[in-house]
Design a protein around this ligand. Structure first.
Ligand SMILES: N[C@@H](CCC(=O)N[C@@H](CS)C(=O)NCC(=O)O)C(=O)O
Length: 113
């Protein structure tokens, strides 16, 4: 795998408080994006990978990092939450909303300082 792909993935996770690696037609991805929105995610960054020439390498990089090669791969504040199923579960228990509120609070604090 090209090192640059691993860097791209790592940098995107670091740079974006809510980062979703996705395929636009994947039902698990649609589910994850939908519950993230419902949980209040405003600044969600989504990389739709299916038409990228490096899609396979991105999935391999994600597999190295998370143990899972499937999409979606959802990260909040640099932490891997899981795929669509795990994101939906976190939403159902109210934990996703709390995580997103915490991220927003952190961003606001750091913006104003
Ligand atoms: N348990 C996973 C299942 C996700 C899944 O099966 N994703 C499919 C696309 S909908 C996938 O990544 N298939 C392999 C691929 O597209 O390379 C989840 O809940 O997110």
């Amino acid at each position: 795998m090209a090192a640059s792909v691993k860097c791209l993935v790592t940098n995107m996770i670091k740079a974006n408080s809510i980062m979703v690696f996705s395929k636009s037609t994947c039902p698990f991805c649609l589910m994850a994006k939908s519950v993230l929105k419902d949980a209040g995610a405003k600044n969600m960054t989504v990389l739709e990978i299916e038409n990228r020439p490096d899609a396979f390498d991105i999935q391999n990089a994600l597999k190295d990092m998370t143990g899972s090669a499937t999409v979606p791969a959802v990260f909040v504040a640099g932490k891997y939450l899981g795929g669509g199923t795990e994101t939906q579960e976190l939403f159902d228990t109210g934990k996703l909303k709390k995580l997103i509120e915490d991220v927003d609070t952190f961003i606001k604090k750091n913006d104003s300082s």
